[in-house]
Design a protein around this ligand. Structure first.
Ligand code: F6R
Length: 232
């Protein structure tokens, strides 16, 4: 699964060396990033002109904090390839700036040009980025309160539940839908039920990822366990 996802992204980087990629954190894409590093080390990929925008960041964690998504990206990808750090963007986790940093991030994306491929993982409650189930789809990058279930799921990365931030900043569903292509990565049997809801249920903000049914160019790469409940 990770190899297929890495090849999908590698083809884009080879065809368009100055591509703009939208990236995700979490456990799902770790193998994909490992494969990309391997392709770089083998001399197949050049990241020198690639630019990246990450989906989200916890509010209240500095880039040096090992649980921050900036740290994650440096650790799993950026530090191991020849991407200039100034080409990599992760929303600011600074709580004091939170009110404006969404707007600044949207502006940076607008100036860079459209994201070619947006990588997404899938939350157990159907979230993408940190867009939790809600009454409406969020349009742009903005601060967001995390659901208790998301705090529970992310607790595994922290020493205790109390340490998991309660707020994050995330690209909105509108931001994600503007990417030219979406690459949705899903694995494990614990995601089978929500994946069925995402693909075969109604499009509704109470299952944010269901909006991907309306994206004109969305590719799903999943394992057999995640696909086990799909009817079609
Ligand atoms: C990560 C992100 C989240 C994760 C989702 C799945 O940047 O935006 O939406 O993709 O929570 O996480 P994992 O892969 O850990 O199951």
């Amino acid at each position: 699964m990770s190899k297929a996802a890495a090849i999908f992204l590698a083809a884009e980087i080879i065809n368009h060396p100055d591509t703009i990629l939208g990236l995700a954190t979490g456990s799902t894409p770790i193998g994909t990033y490992e494969e990309l590093v391997r392709l770089y080390q083998a001399g197949i990929l050049d990241f020198s002109k690639v630019r990246t925008f990450n989906l989200d960041e916890y509010l209240g964690l500095s880039p040096e904090n090992e649980q921050s998504y900036r740290y994650f990206m440096n650790e799993h990808l950026f530090s191991h390839v020849n991407i200039p750090m100034e080409n990599t963007h992760v929303p600011s986790g600074d709580e004091k700036e939170a009110e404006h940093s969404g707007e600044i991030y949207e502006q940076q994306m607008k100036e860079a040009g459209p994201i070619s491929i947006q990588v997404l993982g899938l939350g157990h409650d159907g979230h993408i980025g940190f867009n939790e189930p809600a009454d409406a789809f969020a349009k742009t990058t903005a601060p967001i309160a995390l659901e208790e279930s998301t705090i529970d799921a992310n607790q595994r990365f922290f020493a205790s539940r109390e340490e998991v931030p309660k707020m994050a900043i995330s690209m909105g569903i509108g931001t994600i839908m503007r990417a030219k292509k979406i690459l949705l990565l899903v694995n494990g049997k614990e995601k089978a039920k929500i994946l069925r809801e995402v693909l075969e249920g109604p499009v509704t903000p109470s299952c944010p990822a269901s909006i991907l049914q309306f994206h004109p160019d969305c590719t799903l790469i999943c394992d057999e366990e995640a696909a086990s409940l799909l009817r079609k």
